[in-house]
Design a protein around this ligand. Structure first.
Ligand code: SAM
Length: 286
C-alpha cells in the first residue's frame, strides 16, 4: 500500500471505525474467550491486535497477575495501544511490532511454548501468507493452550434486500481489492486443514453470521463500513463515480423501505494444542 500499511489503512478515521466495530462485536468476543477458558492470571496473545480494543479487554480479564502481548505490524496502532495501557495502568499489557506474514517472525516471540491462549480476529483474511502466523501460534501455545479465531468464511453473503445492485457491486469490488493485495475474504475455510497440519485440534466452531433490519447494530456496522471504505477503494482504482451513485441509491432506498441486511459470514473457531498424552478426540467441549 502507498502508506505502507494494509488494505484498510491505519489512519485515525479507520482506528475510530475499529473502535465502533469492537463495541458492536465485543459481546461475541467475550463469550468466545469464556468458552475457551481464558481467565485471570493467564498469558494471552492478541494477534493482529490493531489499536488494541480487544487487547485492553483481555488485559482486564487476565488482571495484574496475567500478561497480554498485543502484536501488530502497525506502529501507529501499537503507539495508540501503549498510551491507552499506560493511562489505564494496565502494566500486564505489552505490545510487539511484528509482520505476522514474515517467515522469521516466530524467532521474535518471547516465551515460546508458554502462552495459555491466543486471540486472532480479522487478521487472517489480510495475510498474503498464513504459514508464518500458524507456525508462530503452534510454537507459542503451551500444551493445552487455546486459540480463538473470528474470521470470515464467505464474505459475499454481505447483502441488502431489496437492492438495485449497489451493495452487491461494493461487495464484489471489495473482494477484488483484498484479493489483489494477497488477502482471502473466505479464509476461515482454509484454516482447519492448515491448523490440523500444525498439530492443533478443533474444539468448537459456530457461525456469527447475522441479519436484521436497518437499525440492528450489525446492520449499522455494515452501513458504517459502506460509508468509510469507498474512498479507499476509489484510491486503489477499484471504485468509480457510477459505483458510488448506485451504492447511494441503494442506501437511500434502504432508508425509506423495510430492509433486511445480511452480514459477511463470520465464523468462530476454538482450537487447542493437545496436552501431552491426550487422545486426539475432536469436538471436546472446553
Ligand atoms: C481489521 S484490523 C483488526 C484489528 C483487531 N484484531 C480487531 O479485531 O479489532 C486488522 C489488523 O491486522 C493488522 N495486520 C494486517 N497485516 C498484518 C501483518 N502482516 N502482520 C501483522 N499485523 C497485520 C493490521 O495492521 C490491523 O491492525
Amino acid at each position: 500500500m502507498a502508506d505502507g500499511s494494509y488494505a484498510l489503512g491505519t489512519h485515525p478515521a479507520e482506528r475510530q471505525r475499529l473502535e465502533r466495530q469492537h463495541a458492536i462485536w465485543r459481546d461475541e468476543a467475550v463469550a468466545a474467550w469464556e468458552r475457551a477458558g481464558f481467565t485471570a492470571g493467564q498469558r494471552l496473545l492478541d494477534l493482529g491486535c490493531g489499536p488494541g480494543f480487544a487487547s485492553l479487554d483481555l488485559a482486564t480479564l487476565v488482571g495484574p497477575t496475567g500478561r497480554v502481548l498485543a502484536i501488530d505490524s502497525s506502529p501507529d496502532y501499537l503507539d495508540h495501544l501503549r498510551r491507552q495501557a499506560e493511562e489505564r495502568r494496565l502494566t500486564q499489557l505489552q505490545v510487539l511490532p511484528l509482520d505476522l506474514a514474515r517467515e522469521d517472525g516466530v524467532a521474535t516471540l518471547p516465551a515460546p511454548g508458554g502462552w495459555d491462549g491466543a486471540w486472532c480476529r480479522w487478521l487472517c483474511l489480510f495475510l498474503p501468507r498464513l504459514e508464518p502466523l500458524l507456525t508462530l501460534i503452534a510454537a507459542a501455545l503451551r500444551p493445552g493452550g487455546r486459540l480463538v479465531l473470528h474470521d470470515y468464511i464467505r464474505w459475499d453473503t454481505f447483502a441488502l434486500h431489496p437492492s438495485d445492485g449497489g451493495v452487491a457491486r461494493f461487495v464484489e469490488r471489495t473482494i477484488a481489492h483484498w484479493r489483489s493485495e494477497g488477502g482471502d475474504p473466505d479464509v476461515a475455510g482454509r484454516l482447519p486443514a492448515l491448523l490440523e497440519a500444525h498439530g492443533l485440534r478443533l474444539l468448537q466452531a459456530r457461525s456469527l453470521l447475522a441479519c436484521g433490519d436497518g437499525h440492528d447494530p450489525k446492520a449499522l456496522w455494515l452501513q458504517d463500513f459502506l460509508a468509510a471504505y469507498p474512498p479507499r477503494l476509489a484510491q486503489a482504482g477499484f471504485w468509480t463515480a457510477a459505483d458510488q451513485g448506485a451504492l447511494e441509491a441503494d442506501l437511500e432506498q434502504a432508508a425509506r423501505r423495510q430492509s433486511l441486511w445480511v452480514t459477511p459470514a463470520l465464523v468462530e473457531q476454538i482450537w487447542e494444542r493437545p496436552a501431552l498424552g491426550t487422545p486426539p478426540a475432536l469436538n471436546t467441549t472446553p
